[in-house]
Design a protein around this ligand. Structure first.
Ligand code: NAP
Length: 156
C-alpha cells in the first residue's frame, strides 16, 4: 500500500520558507503516529525539516544530485528508485509539492488533515478532488479554536 500524508490549509498551503506554516501539536503527533513503522519518502527540503525525527524510522530522501548522501536516510534519485528502496510497509509519501504530484497516480490512499484557517505559504498541495474521491474515514477535532478535519480518502 502506498499512501500520501499531508496537512493543508483552506487554500491548500502546506509550507513556507522550508517549514510548516503552523505549529499544531495534535497534527504533528498524528503524523508521527500514523507513519510509524512504515517507509517514509520525502524530498530534500522535507528531509531537512524532519531529520531530527529520523531515528528508528525507514526514511528515503530524494535528490537529483548524484553526489549527495543524506546522513539519516537512504538516498534516491527518482520516485521509482525510492519505491524500490522501501522495505517497510506501508509506504508513506511525505512531500513536498512535486513529489505529491508525481505520486498521485501511484498512491492508494490520501491521509489529509484540513486545517480550517488560512496561512501565508509558498508551497501547495495539488488539487486532490478528482483523484481521491472516496471518503474512508473522517474525524473532526477543535484545538484552540481551529478546526482540524482528519480525512482518509481513497480512489474509486
Ligand atoms: N503540511 C504538510 O503536511 C507538509 C508536507 C510536506 C512538506 N511540507 C512543506 O513543504 C515544503 C517542502 O516541500 P518542497 O516541495 O518545497 O520541497 P521538497 O519536495 O521537500 O524538496 C525538493 C527537492 O527534492 C528533490 N526532488 C524532488 N523531486 C524529486 C525527484 N522526482 N527526483 C529526485 N529528487 C527530487 C530535489 O532536490 P535537489 O534540488 O537536491 O535535486 C528538490 O529540489 C516545506 O515548507 C515543508 O514544511 C508540508
Amino acid at each position: 500500500m502506498i499512501n500520501l500524508i499531508v496537512a493543508c490549509d483552506r487554500n491548500r498551503v502546506i509550507g513556507k520558507n522550508g517549514k510548516l506554516p503552523w505549529s499544531i501539536q495534535e497534527d504533528w503527533d498524528y503524523f508521527l503516529r500514523t507513519t510509524a513503522g512504515g517507509a517514509m519518502i520525502m524530498g530534500k527540503i522535507c528531509y531537512q525539516e524532519f531529520e531530527t525525527y529520523a531515528e528508528g524510522r525507514e526514511l528515503i530522501a530524494l535528490t537529483r544530485d548524484r553526489g549527495y548522501r543524506f546522513p539519516h536516510a537512504k538516498t534516491a534519485h527518482s520516485m521509482k528508485q525510492a519505491l524500490s528502496l522501501a522495505t517497510q510497509k506501508p509506504i508513506w509519501i511525505c512531500g513536498g509539492e512535486a513529489i505529491y504530484q508525481e505520486a498521485f497516480p501511484l498512491a492508494d490512499r490520501l491521509y489529509l488533515t484540513r486545517i480550517d484557517r488560512t496561512f501565508d505559504g509558498d508551497v501547495y498541495f495539488p488539487d486532490w478532488h478528482n483523484t481521491f474521491k472516496k471518503q474512508i474515514s473522517r474525524k473532526i477535532m477543535n484545538k484552540d479554536g481551529i478546526q482540524l478535519e482528519f480525512l482518509i480518502l481513497g480512489k474509486e
